[in-house]
Design a protein around this ligand. Sequence first.
Ligand SMILES: Nc1ncnc2c1ncn2[C@@H]1O[C@H](COP(=O)(O)OP(=O)(O)OP(=O)(O)O)[C@@H](O)[C@H]1O
Ligand SMILES: [Mg+2]
Length: 378
Amino acid sequence: MFKTGSPVKGIEFIDRVKHIPVFEAYLNNNQHVMIKAPRRFGKTSLVKHVIESQNSFTFVYIDVRRATSLKVLSNQILDKAYSFVGVDNFIHKSKNTFLALYKTLQSIKLGKIAEITLEHIEKDSDETELFLHSLDVVEKIAVKLKVNIKFIFDEFQEITNIADKEILEQLRSVAQHHENITYIFLGSIESMMTQIFENKSSPFFHFARVMPLEGLDIGEVASYIYLEFNNRKFDYDKKAIMRILDFLQGHPDYSMQVFQSIFYRAVIDNEKIDMNLCVEVLKEVILENRAYLDELIQKAKAKKHLFKLLSAIANNTSTDILPKTLYNSHVLLENMGLIKNIGRGKYELVDLFLKVLLQQNNKNMLIQSSNLQIDLSF
Ligand SMILES: Nc1ncnc2c1ncn2[C@@H]1O[C@H](COP(=O)(O)OP(=O)(O)OP(=O)(O)O)[C@@H](O)[C@H]1O
Ligand SMILES: [Mg+2]
């Protein structure tokens, strides 16, 4: 329980009672889907939980953020696709045991497509061509196996960083002919995902159903926590737990980190779970995330004005940044996934721990849990 550090599924998976049936229905209808939510909000968990809990799906999972180039991405797709017809390590074999591979492929009877793959590899074709071809291979193999393959592009918005800007148009024109693939696009930079899938002039406009993923339902998380704590006969204060859950706004990752720590404190130190313990742990967990939060801060500091604006948003104060620069700075911060628009000209920090950090008065002092200020009054 309260697992942290990697995507969760099965009994570790809490809530999403509203999202699961919708997502399942889309999958069963072969409807392309786009899921957007900030970092660490449980996108990968939701998809893995649903797809792996129903053993019946054949799927390809690709994390675009991990690929350094379109070629690397294509090779991963080809390896996975050919593994469905019993050929493992396709790319490796194509370079080392070409003839044996050629014979195997002939016996599988995939038609021309496998020959085309080998030609691309031999010629070291343009990486965009190879990438689009790799998706055609997935389609051909799905048709041959008479299945619908679920194709998950995690961190999809990153594709614009590793490919030319025409990639979206090219991808759309190829993907629209794939009748045996259901595309699932996940992304954590919401402004970019919105731009790609919901902007009328984007090639992907109306291509996929959009599913925004909010925080976990606080009531559901509370029930899960009470059940776990009751099972272990912990002494706990429900009010304190609700306070902390409200503060965490259903953030899946931070909620699991905080309640995992509270759990260990109760088990190891035999402590009563009251308001004092909860606040102490909350502060510790915020500081445990310091390396990640500092990374976000460094990103904002890389460009002029951005950090100043980010701090001003966190503290709800104004800045002396000129209007034109202000507009561009907001766009840049949004495209870094650091802020979100919450109404006309109004912005909010995406990461609630980052907000806490930027609200500290003692900017120059070493922040420790003893002097970290948190506002829990609402
Ligand atoms: N439904 C859930 N039940 C319990 N914990 C969850 C759930 N969803 C997410 N978590 C917690 O949040 C963490 C992050 O989840 P996950 O990796 O799925 O998010 P993500 O949106 O894919 O993140 P990233 O943007 O980093 O890829 C998990 O390690 C887990 O601790
Ligand atoms: Mg993820």
